[in-house]
Design a protein around this ligand. Sequence first.
Ligand code: PMP
Length: 398
Amino acid sequence: MSLRPSLLARLAARTAEREQANLRRRLRTIDHVDGPWLELDGKQLLSFCSNDYLGLAQHPQLIAAFKRVADDEGVGSGSAHLICGHRAEHAALEQALAEWTGRERALLFSTGYMANLGVQQALLSDGDVCVQDKLNHACLLDGAKLSGAELKRYPHGDVAGAARQLASRSTAAALLATDGVFSMDGDMAPLRELATLCTREGATLMVDDAHGLGVLGDDGAGSVAAAGLSPREVPVLMATLGKALGCHGAFVAGSAALIEGLLQSARPYIYTTAMPPALAAAALAAVQLARTESWRRERLNSHIERFRQGAAELGLALMPSSTAIQPLLLGDADTALAAAQMLEQHGFLVSAIRPPTVPAGQARLRITLSATHEEEHVDQLLEALAKLPQHGVPAPHV
Ligand code: PMP
């Protein structure tokens, strides 16, 4: 027998360690979804963990657009965009996204994960610097690591910390990348201050607005629009189609030169199959609805306000967030897991987010609200949360 450790044995050991620490991730199969309701293990649960913030995933216009193009053109695109996978539906969606976000052009990626890898791989090289908020999404951090640039992180939301990281570089070119809305905390990045800093330091600002697009800004154009920042101040904007838009995929929007550069150089764009054209057609319908049906944002915002006010009355220590992501910090991973299990017994699906997705000691319930919820759903969740043995712990400084 070889004494060399097998890769598979090492992976199995890591899985066993997670199991022992009670941190094993469990894949569960949802049998059916109907608005905020879903069926799991034969039980109807009210979901407070989806990112379908505007309730578009099951909208008849999205379904009709998807079906029309699938009937006409089939399902798969057949190849990468640059071979023969790029269809009229992709082009129309890119144009609509560029117009919505006020940029010259947009480029579709198959997922947000790939978009963040692609942008950083195309923009950065060895010797460059990438400055990132410590709580940025995993794929922004992974993109920087894969790019070959030096990754420098700053404490969450700390503009002075970001300034120190930028100032400590030599003559290197720098990208500063931040989530617009932080996926596990729900708070917003200080975009105005970061934009001012980047202008002063000659750094390029990139915003990942996966959780802001559709939700923030007057016509849902996202965090950057809500902060009143111009394309010059935020030259690289990335957002996803799988959250408020209820679809799947992602895009990068920016100047014509940026987009042409990505099309030429971003490997996760070049070497992958284009998203199904039916999906692009559904996403176009979603963009039109997200822009025009502002009542969805108003309804979501009224749920957020109701939830936060109710939580305050009950003494629940919610994290400081004004977005659809409303985490209740519980600290210990076992406590968060037990809380999620208790909520499930009461008919609610809420995810317990544990390390390493969040820092050790900061396990939480990640509660998300949606325009599909009714006011009474929000009240029912609050009643169930009030029964938890622990009502949250104060948010730490990161
Ligand atoms: N960025 C952020 C901030 C996200 O929350 C996510 C999704 N969880 C992504 C990027 C990745 O997007 P996708 O799911 O389309 O890969």
